[in-house]
Write a protein that binds this ligand. Structure first.
Ligand code: ACO
Length: 384
């Protein structure tokens, strides 16, 4: 055992760090037993349905709702940063030629999003990053599909402009509200994996863009932000409620995980699932076709019952990803855009956490327990 490792450290070993408090935050509170999410003091249900995404980001960064004048200025600053540097666009064109998934393109281009920025402090870079991440996703999506990127429209708010840059047409107010609700809902969530990654990076006194690139990498994995695509695929494959039970049972018999269910913290239904389910219901009703929404509701019930049967005592319930999939599909987004759109929303929280971590001045550096060999002797190459 090394001299820095005490008996206490060994006893406290938690391979997934569950239950370990590694940060203090005023950004969000997650109560996994009650199924409660508070964002900067507001119940999720209240904030998600009312705020524009700019208001949520401002709240997370500055701990109060902006006044009308503050909001106007903040929106103008964000709009002013939206356009990408020419070199970043060229990079995206090259990535599109090799047809990498959108999340890879975001990771690659996010690292180059500040090429034209000089001497910006954290707050300037924060605005630049929040404004440009949606532009990267939308520009890449169009390039991948052989279309020219759409110039951002400074008249539109953050959510409306994202849809506009994806589709090339101004979205309906109902769609904009649906996306605002989604972005607010995923804007922050305690010390989740990608947020922790961002905090670890910024804690080394690295720069904000590096922290965001690391967070994007962590978000990509299917155990974190990569689940909603597969969750929707599952509902499509089921196709009809009569097939749901046999389909889900077969998956569980094969030892597969049901995407969109289970959570490290929530042992009851994820409160975000209900907020997104309600927003999805409005969206599908507005579109005049409730079939997919109704099927998903039934699939959810059957999946939760089967998970209780196959994993008794685990309390596996619906997580945010299941209704994310349904809502974003209702907004007209392709499944490959689900995780990048999650990143568009979570960027607000990542940045808020970077501000907090930076203010502590504390390096994050846990211990490991050495379980390898000791006392090996060097063997010359010709004798191995
Ligand atoms: N389907 C089937 N079984 C599951 C599921 C699931 N969705 N989730 C957990 N389990 C099982 C595990 O196999 C394990 O069973 P075992 O003890 O018999 O081996 C038990 O439940 C506990 O699982 P853990 O992996 O210990 O739980 P953990 O807290 O680490 O996992 C996680 C949480 C990763 C989200 C998990 O529930 C999962 O893989 N879900 C599916 C993927 C998903 O929906 N991801 C999005 C999460 S939300 C977000 O990050 C934004």
């Amino acid at each position: 055992m090394s001299t820095t490792q005490t008996a206490q450290t060994t006893d406290a070993f938690k391979p997934g760090l569950e239950g370990v408090i590694a940060a203090e935050t005023r950004l969000s509170s997650v109560d996994g037993q009650k199924g409660e999410l508070i964002i900067a003091g507001f119940p999720l249900e209240e904030l998600a349905a009312h705020a524009t995404f700019e208001e949520t980001a401002y709240l997370l960064w500055y701990d109060h709702l902006p006044t009308a004048a503050e909001l106007e200025r903040f929106r103008a600053e964000l709009a002013g940063y939206r356009a990408l540097p020419a070199a970043t666009l060229t990079l995206l064109e090259q990535v599109a030629q090799v047809r990498r998934p959108a999340m890879d393109a975001l990771r690659i281009a996010a690292g180059a999003m500040d090429l034209d920025a000089r001497d910006l402090d954290d707050h300037g870079l924060a605005r630049l990053a929040l404004a440009r991440i949606p532009t990267i996703v939308a520009a890449y999506w169009r390039l991948l599909h052989g279309q020219a990127p759409v110039e951002p429209d400074p008249e539109l708010g953050h959510a409306a402009n994202y849809l506009y840059m994806l589709e090339g047409a101004r979205p309906t107010p109902a769609k904009v509200r649906g996306l605002e609700t989604y972005l607010n809902t995923v804007s922050d969530h305690g010390l989740n994996a990608s947020t922790f990654a961002a905090r670890v990076i910024i804690a080394t006194q690295s720069d904000l863009v590096s922290a965001l690139v690391g967070a994007i990498g962590a978000l990509k994995g299917p155990l974190h932000g990569g689940a909603p695509g597969p969750a929707l695929d599952m509902v499509f494959e089921i196709g009809d409620v009569s097939r749901a039970e046999s389909y889900l049972r077969e998956k569980l018999e094969r030892g597969e995980r049901l995407m969109g269910f289970g959570h490290r913290v929530y042992k009851v239904r994820d409160p975000r699932a209900e907020v997104l389910a309600r927003a999805a219901e409005v969206m599908y009703r507005d579109g005049g076709d409730m079939a997919l929404y109704n099927l998903a509701r039934e699939v959810e019930k059957i999946a939760v019952a089967l998970l209780a049967e196959y994993k008794p005592g685990r309390n596996l319930q619906t997580n945010v990803e299941f209704y994310t999939a349904l809502l974003l599909h209702g907004l007209g987004l392709d499944t490959d855009l689900f995780t990048p759109t999650f990143a568009v929303g979570r960027t607000a929280g990542w940045i808020g956490h970077c501000f907090e971590q930076r203010a502590t001045g504390r390096l994050i550096r846990p211990d490991s327990r050495y379980i390898g060999e000791r006392n090996r002797r060097w063997v010359p190459l010709e004798q191995r």
